[in-house]
Design a protein around this ligand. Structure first.
Ligand code: FE2
Ligand code: FE2
Length: 162
């Protein structure tokens, strides 16, 4: 597979995004004191590392096999998040989460939303169907990261969509 200049530039951009995600998730895992959020951030950081490796493989003209990219870790993580804590809020004005944790979640949710969008745009420029599939798989995982954060926020009363 000979990558076009445009494909190479797009892959380099995505590498920058993945590096940013790794850095943010790693830093934020250290900033939060909630073990559940820490676990999710560390888990996501690992998946972003896999994404970065995959991008490097494509740049080296090696499109990875799709079925080797299991993320069973992530599935476990998500079912953990689904344990319903309901939208219970303690009496009075105290909230059951830290504002700093909410800020971390909002930042990561925005970042994932942006990165997912850039994968979507990049995919349209690829000539190789295998590369498209791999990028599509990564994009799906970015959406799963967003879903995990969304669910965490919802179950902790940080976000109540009407
Ligand atoms: Fe990623
Ligand atoms: Fe992600």
């Amino acid at each position: 597979m000979n990558l076009t200049t445009k494909e190479r530039l797009l892959l380099e951009d995505q590498k920058t995004h993945e590096e940013l995600c790794i850095q943010k998730y790693t830093n934020y895992a250290n900033l939060t004191s909630d073990p559940q959020l820490k676990g999710m951030f560390n888990n996501n950081a690992n998946i972003e590392r896999e994404h970065l490796n995959t991008l490097n493989q494509i740049l080296a003209d090696q499109v990875p096999q799709m079925n080797q990219q299991g993320s069973s870790n992530q599935q476990q993580q998500q079912s953990q998040q689904n344990q319903q804590q309901g939208s219970f809020m303690p009496q009075g004005n105290t909230q059951d989460y830290k504002n700093s944790d909410k800020d971390l979640c909002i930042d990561m949710l925005s970042t994932e939303k942006y990165v997912s969008g850039t994968y979507d745009t990049a995919i349209f420029e690829f000539t190789d169907p295998g590369a498209r599939q791999v990028l599509n798989h990564i994009q799906k995982e970015e959406q799963q990261h967003g879903e995990g954060i969304f669910n965490y926020m919802q179950s902790n009363g940080m976000y109540n969509p009407q």
